[in-house]
Every structure is written in C-alpha cells, then in structure tokens.
Ligand binder design. Structure first.
Ligand code: SF4
Length: 296
C-alpha cells in the first residue's frame, strides 16, 4: 500500500490563531476560562487543559472579572454584553471567516432581509449566527431566519419567493452541499443575495478539493483516505464524506491509537489528510506508523 500525504491538510489559519491566543493567555498567568471547546480536537483541548485552561459551556460558570476566551466558532452579541457587564477580560479567538458571517447576518437583519443559514442547527457556529440575528433584529426565535442543512429543505422555507432573501453558511460544510443548496435557493428566490459569507471558508474548500483530486487521480476502487481528526469536528467529517462521494473508502481516526479499527485490505493507495483543528504532530505520528508497517 502506497501512502501519500494530501496537501493542504490540518491546522488552518483560524485554528492557529486561536491556539496561539490561548497559549499566550495561559502563559500570562492567572486562571483563564474558555467558552466551549476552543477548537474541535481532543488532543488540542487536552493539552490546553493540561496547561490550566478551564473549559465551560456557560458564562455563569465564570466568576465576575475573570478572563474569558471565546472559541474560534464565534459568540452572539448577548454573550459579549454579559461578559462586559460582569467586568470580564475578553480574549476573542473568533475566526475571521466566522466573524465575516456574523457581520453579514447583522447587515441582513438591519435591512429586514430574511436570512437562510446553511448549516447544522446544533453546531455552535450556527447557534452563534442565530443569536446574532436575534440580538440584532430584536425578534424572538426564528421569525426571519431559517437554518437548512440540505437542498431538500429549501422548498419548505416560509419566505415569499418574490422577496430578497439573504444567505450565509457554516464555514465547514461540504462545498458540494453548499452548491446544491445555493442552486435550490436561486431557483426558488430569484432575488437571492449570496455574499462571500454564503461560501465555506478557504481552508475548508482547499482541503476538500485536495481530497477529491487525490481520489480522482487514481482508481477510486483501490483508494483509501484516512482522515485524522475528532468526531466532534465538522470539517473532519466532511473530508471523509467527500472521499466517499468520490468513490474511495474512508476512515476517521483521532490518532495512531485508533488505527487498528481501519481495515486497509484491498487498498493500494492511501491518502492521509487531517481536519483543520488537527495538530501536525498527530499526522506525522500516524504517517510514521503506517510507513514502517506497524499497521497492516
Ligand atoms: S476551518 Fe475555516 S472557519 Fe474554521 S477556524 Fe479554520 S479558517 Fe476559520
């Protein structure tokens, strides 16, 4: 079996920036709390815990005046307001691509344009975008915003077809899914407004395109793609999906410990890739175990 590392893979600029901010905050001394997982990777979160980071799911678990780190996935205005009101020192690690989507939601909400968010309603990034809409518009619930996860949900949207409708998307979706949803939205809403925030981020797109190209450059029936990343990472899951859609066999593992769950029988070429929150050291560790034949 020939093993090849697919480029680009692994850490993106948003994750790098967030991890650097976290390390700097911890090295400055004093307790630091992080709202939600900083990035969706077990190893990164475990290392930061080891350095003293305290992960919480709510600001109510942080004392007044404490130092709070907002994760790469973004937070709605109400969370910023609560932190300010309680005298917290805020370190904001929101990825610039996520911040761009928040600004776009604000703009649509301020203009009264109904919004479609393409994404997974339960993902913390999408929860943040919905909160941004509610806090900006002052409207309860999802009055002028709907979340759709695939093209099949477009037909059921309640917005009139003759109105302008704005769209933004979760940064880490499959680019194929986003294209299909945008096509369905354009067919239903001729006045659709699709700004740059209606696309996945550059890192997501580049990593997905590289996986697709790797699979299609050979015979997909003897091609495998091993994706390294945590089960909670949306972009990691998408990489495996894209490899399968292109015809390859794909596996996801957190690291070398889980390699024994992969059956590489019949695979002649194996591509190695990693989610945007996977440290390079883990990729290299998996590669060396595969290369020296510790895993058959
Ligand atoms: S995957 Fe994209 S949106 Fe998420 S942190 Fe990385 S660059 Fe930012």
């Amino acid at each position: 079996m020939r093993v090849e590392v697919i480029e680009p893979h692994g850490f993106c600029s948003g994750v790098k920036g967030a991890v650097e901010k976290a390390r700097r905050a911890l090295s400055a001394g004093g307790p630091v709390w992080c709202l939600h997982e900083l990035v969706h990777n077990k190893t990164v979160v475990g290392e930061l815990k080891g350095l003293g980071m305290r992960f919480v799911e709510s600001l109510s678990d942080v004392p007044d005046g404490g130092t709070i780190l907002f994760s790469a996935h973004g937070v709605p205005p109400r969370v910023r307001a609560q932190a300010a009101a309680r005298g917290m020192r805020v370190i904001d690690a929101t990825c610039p691509f996520v911040a761009r989507a928040h600004r776009q939601v604000q703009e649509f909400a301020a203009r009264g344009v109904p919004i479609v968010v393409v994404g997974d309603a339960g993902h913390v990034e999408v929860v943040g975008l919905v909160g941004e809409y509610e806090d900006t518009s002052g409207l309860d619930g999802l009055k002028g915003l709907r979340v759709v996860k695939d093209a099949g949900e477009v037909e059921a949207l309640p917005f009139p077809a003759d109105r302008p409708v704005g769209v933004v998307c979760q940064t880490t979706l499959s680019s194929g899914t986003v294209d299909r949803v945008l096509s369905a939205l354009r067919a239903r809403y001729p006045r659709l407004i699709a700004p740059p925030a209606a696309e996945t981020c550059t890192a997501t797109r580049d990593r997905q395109a590289a996986v697709r190209m790797f699979v299609l450059a050979g015979d997909p029936s003897v091609t495998g793609v091993l994706v390294i990343g945590s089960a909670t990472s949306a972009n990691t899951a998408r990489l495996a999906e894209i490899a399968r859609e292109a015809g390859a066999t794909a596996w996801r593992v957190d690291g070398t410990d889980e390699l024994s769950s992969c059956d590489f029988n019949g695979i002649e070429r194996l591509g190695l890739t990693a989610g945007a929150s996977t440290p390079e050291a883990i990729v290299m560790d998996v590669l060396s175990n595969l290369s020296i034949g510790k895993v058959k």
